[in-house]
Design a binder for this molecule. Sequence first.
Ligand code: NGQ
Ligand code: ZN
Length: 413
Amino acid sequence: MSNPHLPVTQTSTGWQLPGIANLHSHAFQRAMAGMAERQSNPEDSFWTWRETMYRFAARFDPDTLHAVAAQVYAEMLEAGYTTVCEFHYLHHSPDGTPYDDPAAMSRAIIRAARETGIRLTLLPVLYMQGGFDGRALSERQRRFGHDIDAYLRLVDLLLPEIDATVNLGCALHSLRAVPADAMHALMPQLPRETPIHIHIAEQIGEVQDCMAVRNARPVEWLLGNAAVDARWTLVHATHLTIEETQAIAGSGATVAICPTTEANLGDGLFPLRDYLDAGGAWGIGSDSHISVSPVEELRWLEYGQRLASRHRNIAVSPDSPSVGETLLRGVMASGAHASGFADTGDVVVLDGNAPQLAGASRDDVVDRWIFSGNRNLVDDVHVAGQRVVADGMHRDRDAIAGRYGAAIRKLIA
Ligand code: NGQ
Ligand code: ZN
């Protein structure tokens, strides 16, 4: 069955699809992908990974951040992502002192996006405390921190950067990191259309701490204390009751699911089937960049559900029996709200000569793309009318990889 709302068309060279939005990225973490896969402690978990990540985060400066962001953005484009929502919290110098230009790290991200040609929604992150109990930022967290006034000054510095391919939103790191009164103080000061992103309910420990301090589960608390609507993107939202699952769907918010990172960090499984039944909006993010591939995110989103339910073909609906099409349609429906970019016209062209797509038709090409093989089939990518990837290669692939290699050697020295 073909669906008129999915703009997949056959061209003379291949299959043209809409560009995909990556709803959640911490660009700097690309530089440590694959470097936290050795056991350091029998109790290794999200929280021990976080310590490793903090040690790594402490080494960045604007130049190394720029080099790493350019690399991961070029990889995203080659994989078919045309927009990235960058959840950016490495704001200050390592000891927490702001740079001479307090927006220096944000500008490094913006420069990487402009050079690579990816559409960027920069989400400067508000990060104020080290946990639900209000404890101070740890030494490693100091470079993330702002009070509300300093945060709003950062936003003011960044507003002039907005143009056709750079947008600005706002992020609250998590309920752990932003006290309730600060959240209430900030909300009325944000422009009305601003996308708002927040990490939420990723770990059981976080749910327990929230219950202990705020007397409610994280999603329950957020929905009860903020005017959550389609402007909001809830990142992860892994640990939900059925009531919370349905309430997010009813709010119009988007859930940014990051299947490969959530698997890598041992987070748990998002209740996809219940959420789809409730009509919820969702998209995908590559988050820690343990993988940079919409194919792998969508494939593992479905596979996680199959493994847990011991059934097949979960992400479907009566009028959309194809898993691949259902997934792609979900991702396309959420991009505009989560990123603030509507009707981009950005396109991705899959290699029409790839064996994986031999004899494909409009009705099965998306399923074949997502579920067969591991060769990247993305040939060309056009963003804002520019061809940024041709024959599978980003236009500056080699120069960007060269600068990335030098940055990594500096970071791990
Ligand atoms: C982050 N990443 O901010 O990079 C987080 C870890 C935290 C993910 N949650 C830190 N995947 O949540 O405190
Ligand atoms: Zn994250």
